[in-house]
Design a protein around this ligand. Structure first.
Ligand code: KIV
Ligand code: ZN
Length: 385
């Protein structure tokens, strides 16, 4: 089975979430937790962007011992120099150079012709390679780039010394089958006497970031990029924890695994949510508050008999203590009796009959039934919201 490397960009692309501004201290704390989570590389920031960004990259470079640390740089020499300065003390430094290759970006943003963009790739990737052993190159907006020009840009970067080729779906435009084809096409057609590793970098504008990332893995990608909880520009980046768990659960299908320490997932997600101030939606895959909660009677009964009936991920796998069976109007007798046991309430079968009927009447009036409600029901009093 192939091992897929994980590059986390929560501190760079993730910090581009409107309203998010991590302090240097918070960035270092997140970086340490990400190292514990098992990522192979962290994009610690964009050193040329601001003094704080520079300092954060420098601090993280000095702190991490197992993880490669990379910094973003436009195809501009001063950006690459800033990355070099910030990453000087890293044990495993890398640099990530990017330039846009789609017609709309080249014409309106860069105001460069395709030939000028190719010349810039040669110049700046070669320059980066003169300072760093490991260079990553991204043709920004790759998925809206004409196919043959994309191949030309990528081949140029490889010839200039890039080892990692990132194919950003900058605006979340691609689809799983299209992205799969893009990876297959590039991997089959790019030539090099060195090993070149391709990576997806997906944004979630159409809600396909996880599916697209997994499709890229199927298409031969060896490293993936994303953020924790999917934070990032607009609708965000791919949520790395979703890909990590999907790979574990469907490893036979993907014929790939990772070194992610899955039972550190919940702690990692919680930390990023706290420092970013972006709450994790209740129904978010893998780390949402309801990810291991079963409310309907049929599901609760199944889970009590065998959790595998309705759980493909165990809570323990991602570091959540246990699943929950919240009581509501759709809950059944099995979960109700289980709750009485959990609360050490002893009742006879006929009392259960009566209490369950009263519970159903109360449940029709309330969104969620709490332990206090159950105790009050047993004591013969009611709790009104
Ligand atoms: O989404 C994107 O295109 C990026 C690049 C800088 C790689 O984040
Ligand atoms: Zn991005």
């Amino acid at each position: 089975m192939r091992k897929i490397e994980f590059l986390d960009t929560s501190l760079r692309d993730g910090e581009q979430t409107p309203g998010v501004n991590f302090s240097v201290k918070e960035k270092v704390a997140i970086a340490k937790q990400l190292e514990k989570w098992g990522i192979s590389a962290i994009e610690a920031g964009f050193p040329a962007a601001s003094p704080d960004s520079f300092e954060a990259v420098q601090q993280i470079a000095k702190t991490l011992t197992k993880t490669a640390v990379t910094g973003l740089a436009r195809a501009v020499k001063s950006d690459i120099d800033a990355a070099y300065e910030a990453l000087k003390d890293a044990k495993f430094p890398q640099v990530h150079v990017f330039i846009a290759t789609s017609p709309v970006h080249m014409t309106y943003k860069l105001k460069k012709t395709p030939d000028e963009v190719i010349a810039s790739i040669t110049e700046h990737v070669s320059y980066a390679k003169s300072l760093f052993d490991v260079v990553e190159f991204s043709p920004e907006d790759a998925t809206r780039t004409e196919k043959d020009f994309l191949l030309r840009a990528v081949q140029t970067a490889v010839d200039a010394g890039a080892t990692y080729i990132n194919i950003p779906d900058t605006v979340g435009f691609t689809t799983p089958s299209e992205y799969y084809e893009t990876f297959k096409f590039l991997i089959e057609n790019v030539t090099s006497d060195r090993e070149i590793i391709f990576s997806p970098h997906c944004h979630d504008d159409l809600g396909m970031a996880t599916a697209n990332t997994l499709a890229a893995i199927k298409g031969g990608a060896g490293r993936i990029e994303g953020t924790i909880n999917g934070i990032g520009e607009r609708a965000g980046n791919v949520a790395l924890e979703e890909v990590a768990v999907a790979l574990e659960i469907r490893k036979d299908y993907y014929q790939a695994t990772s070194d992610i320490v899955l039972n550190e997932t919940f702690t990692t997600s919680e930390l990023v949510s706290r420092f970013s101030g972006i709450p994790v939606p209740k129904n978010k895959a893998v780390v949402g508050g309801n990810a291991f909660a079963h409310e309907s009677g049929i599901h609760q009964d199944g889970v009590l008999k065998n959790p595998e009936t309705y759980e493909i991920i165990t809570p323990e796998m991602v570091g959540v203590k246990k699943n929950s069976l919240p009581l509501g109007k759709l809950s059944g007798r099995h979960a109700f009796v289980e709750k009485l046991h959990e609360l050490d309430i002893e009742v006879t079968d006929s009392e259960v009959q009566d209490l369950f009927a009263k519970f159903k009447i109360l449940a029709d009036k309330k969104h969620e039934i709490t332990d206090t409600d159950i105790r009050a029901l047993v004591a013969g009093t009611t709790v009104e919201n």
